[in-house]
Design a protein around this ligand. Structure first.
Ligand code: NAD
Ligand code: TYD
Length: 351
């Protein structure tokens, strides 16, 4: 089959990227999907083992901050579009090591913008630079209200500050150089293949191993959770139908206080593991709070719903259960990522 369209996906070996790569490889057999990933601690080719031999898929190991390398990659594949997910993504790590977040999320994104701008300057028609971002750029909400696309940026962690900065650069390249960009800002994702430093897989794994469940502060911090495959579907839609220069918020309309969510997970896991009801809740331990912890995130996703017809497809209860079951069924995957380096990180972060 002739390739009609070639997309560069950065960070495709990570959590969300791997779901997106899988979706596009299956859905568009006539496209070439090129996954560029540095394979940091968060990148894992085992996430894509089922599609690695697909004829329309290629993997390239490389770093978005390397200019000459990225220029060569653009020459090699003559990309029609970029979907940029590569990033350092964990807030707690950003508090320990902010510079790494500036290097990857800010400098890496600006390098990619430059390389795309140069590569596409003589043939701009039909190109698209899609930047995948987070709702954390909008800061922290009180009890009421939602983030819309017009909410002023107010990032409060080094992670969200680095993502906010990268969003600003992407918009600057649209206004200054007419680079055909589109941006989305999404709420917290959950599902298979998420690195177990993040809340949901961390809790599932600790319940499985009968270890303490570390809840930060008073546990009343609120997040809006979205099934990762619904995020991938939204990205596909925005890539193909979103308006150039626009921003789309993506959210699950599914707010949970952390403590309620951990209770729910404990109950589901007790059921799946055949433990007496209430067993896992006894593992809950309140630990010192994250510095600058954002109280609440909640997305108003009416723009993408009204303009592009996107809706979350599954109910949290069902997505949650499927996720817990997936981690139980994929103990080998979990074992593979729980390396010595992760154990060192865990020991430093929690004790
Ligand atoms: P992740 O940490 O699981 O994956 C990031 C991937 O980027 C990894 O595969 C890693 O190897 C790769 N990477 C890191 N530095 C790189 C570099 N210099 N060059 C090339 N590759 C590099 O992250 P995720 O949770 O899948 O998030 C993906 C994107 O979506 C990020 O941009 C993140 O800000 C955004 N996002 C995430 C969430 C969420 O809930 N996880 C929500 C909204 C937006
Ligand atoms: P996380 O998954 O790190 O996502 P983010 O900080 O990007 O929203 O954390 C989700 C919420 O869970 C956040 O309020 C912090 C809290 N949390 C804990 O209470 N304990 C933990 O061990 C972790 C990792 C997070």
């Amino acid at each position: 089959m002739t390739t009609t369209h070639t997309i560069l996906i950065t960070g495709g070996a990570g959590f969300i990227g791997s779901h997106l790569v899988r979706l596009l490889v299956h859905k568009y057999p006539g496209y070439r999907i090129v996954n560029l990933d540095a394979l940091t601690y968060a990148g894992n080719l085992a996430n894509l083992a089922d599609i690695e031999a697909a004829p329309n898929y290629s993997f390239e190991r490389g770093d978005i901050t390397q200019q000459a390398y990225m220029q060569e990659l653009f020459r090699k594949y003559n990309f029609d579009g970029v979907i940029h997910l590569a990033a350092e993504s964990h807030v707690d790590r950003s508090i320990t090591n902010p510079l790494e977040f500036v290097e990857t999320n800010v400098l890496g994104t600006v390098n990619l913008l430059n390389v795309a701008k140069e590569a596409w300057k003589d043939q701009p028609a039909g190109k698209r630079f899609y930047h995948v971002s987070t709702d954390e750029v909008y800061g922290s909400l009180g009890e009421e209200g939602f983030f819309t696309e017009d909410t002023p940026y107010d990032p409060r962690s080094p992670y969200s500050a680095s993502k906010a900065s990268s969003d600003h650069f992407v918009r600057a390249y649209f206004h200054t150089y007419r680079l055909p960009v589109v941006i989305s800002n999404c709420s917290n994702n959950y599902g298979p293949y998420q690195f177990p430093e993040k809340l949901i897989p961390l809790m599932i794994n600790n319940i499985r191993e009968n270890r303490p469940l570390p809840v930060y502060g008073d546990g009343k911090y609120t997040r809006d959770w979205l099934w990762v495959k619904d995020h991938a579907a939204a990205i596909d839609l925005i890539y193909h139908q979103g308006k150039t220069g626009e921003t789309y918020n993506i959210g699950g309309n599914n707010e949970w206080k952390n403590i309620d969510l951990v209770h729910k997970l404990c109950d589901i896991m007790d059921d799946l593991l055949g433990r007496p009801a209430g067993t896992s809740r006894q593992l809950i331990t309140f630990v010192r709070d994250r510095p600058g912890h954002d109280r609440r995130y909640a997305i108003d996703a009416s723009k993408i719903r009204n303009e592009l017809g996107w809706e979350p497809s599954i109910k949290f209860e069902e997505g949650f259960r499927q996720t817990a079951q997936w981690y139980l069924d994929n103990a080998d995957w979990l074992q593979g990522v729980l390396s010595g380096a992760y154990r060192e990180y865990y020991a430093k972060q929690y004790f």
